[in-house]
Design a protein around this ligand. Structure first.
Ligand code: ADP
Length: 298
């Protein structure tokens, strides 16, 4: 029996439950520092084929990439803060400069702010990526968290004058990390604000939903903004993927927001569902599985 050779309780569970949709990763039982990926597929009517692949090198490269991005972003923070401080000082005390130079300093300040935001987003993403475990010990009051974000969004939204409505069920508690959940939910709200023209409508809702094995939770943000063409939908959660680069730059977008959302959801038993119609608007929803939801309050 294969589970006599590979003595790993999680692997045995995968075999017993036929959970073969995604590959399974284990440390090699034979060789130190070797990571294996096991894939199972149906082979004929009642047999299975198992393919094992050494993914150690791939894993090491992935770790190097993550560390590199985290280190570079961290190192960029200090010089950016210094540059920003000096530019702001010049802007406040710069009576000696004429209008032309004040415009130049304004542009520098704008670009430094953009870079600062990008670095901030990169740091959040690498932190979320490095934390791949599901925290089922902390409960987060998602209802309060979302109410807070809606209050903030009225400030963000002053220039564009959208109508923001909300329907938030009280006392929804989710197992997980509040900083990460806040980041995921606020990204969806700020995208709706960024990609909906002035005076548009945005609806935020948080509700329990029935699922086959219990009660889950759905957080959704609906807008009547630009919408997304079908060919982009599968790609918009990739890092740095932006549909209209120039427009996105104007909105201060980095292309990292939805990548952060996707990574947060990966370790909160949740998935991102996107419904969008080009020219009519979009609905971005986070659907939490019942196992992530505290069930007592219903
Ligand atoms: P960005 O920082 O550019 O907003 P995101 O990762 O958050 O990056 O989003 C990726 C792209 O998906 C955006 O550049 C935008 O083109 C598209 N997008 C995201 N949310 C919406 C939305 N509510 N309506 C229309 N397009 C959206």
């Amino acid at each position: 029996r294969v589970d006599n050779l590979i003595r790993n309780p999680e692997f045995s569970q995968v075999l017993t439950n036929y959970e073969f949709d995604t590959p399974f990763h284990i440390d090699s039982p034979m060789k130190e520092d070797t990571r294996l990926e096991l894939r199972m597929m149906l082979y004929g009517a009642d047999q299975y084929l198992m393919i094992a692949r050494d993914v150690s090198k791939l894993n090491r490269l992935e770790t190097m990439r993550r560390d590199f991005v985290a280190n570079v972003s961290h190192e960029l923070k200090t010089p950016l803060t210094v540059m920003r401080g000096y530019v702001e000082m010049i802007q406040q005390t710069g009576d000696d400069f004429d209008e032309h130079w004040m415009n130049v300093f304004g542009t520098i300040e704008g670009q430094v702010t953009r870079m600062d935001r990008l670095v901030e987003q990169l740091l959040i993403l690498s932190k979320v990526e490095n934390n791949s475990t599901y925290d089922d010990t902390h409960l987060v009051n998602l209802s309060e968290l979302v109410e807070g974000l809606i209050k903030d969004s009225h400030w963000l939204n002053q220039e564009k004058g959208h109508t923001i409505t909300s329907e938030i069920a009280p006392n929804i508690f989710i197992f997980g990390l509040d900083t990460e959940l806040k980041s995921a939910c606020s990204n969806l709200i700020s995208n709706a604000i960024a990609y909906t023209p002035d005076s548009g409508n945005i609806g935020v809702s948080l509700q329990f939903v029935k699922q086959s094995n219990g009660v889950g939770v759905k957080f959704s943000v609906k807008d009547d903004g630009t919408g997304i063409k079908p060919e982009h939908i599968n790609r918009i959660t990739e890092r740095f993927y932006r549909i209209d680069k120039s427009r996105s730059r104007n909105t201060g977008g980095s292309g990292l927001g939805l990548a952060i959302v996707k990574h947060v959801l990966q370790h909160h038993n949740a998935e991102l569902v996107i419904n969008s119609q080009w020219g009519q608007g979009s609905e971005f929803s986070i659907v939490f599985a019942s196992s992530s939801v505290e069930q007592v309050n219903q």
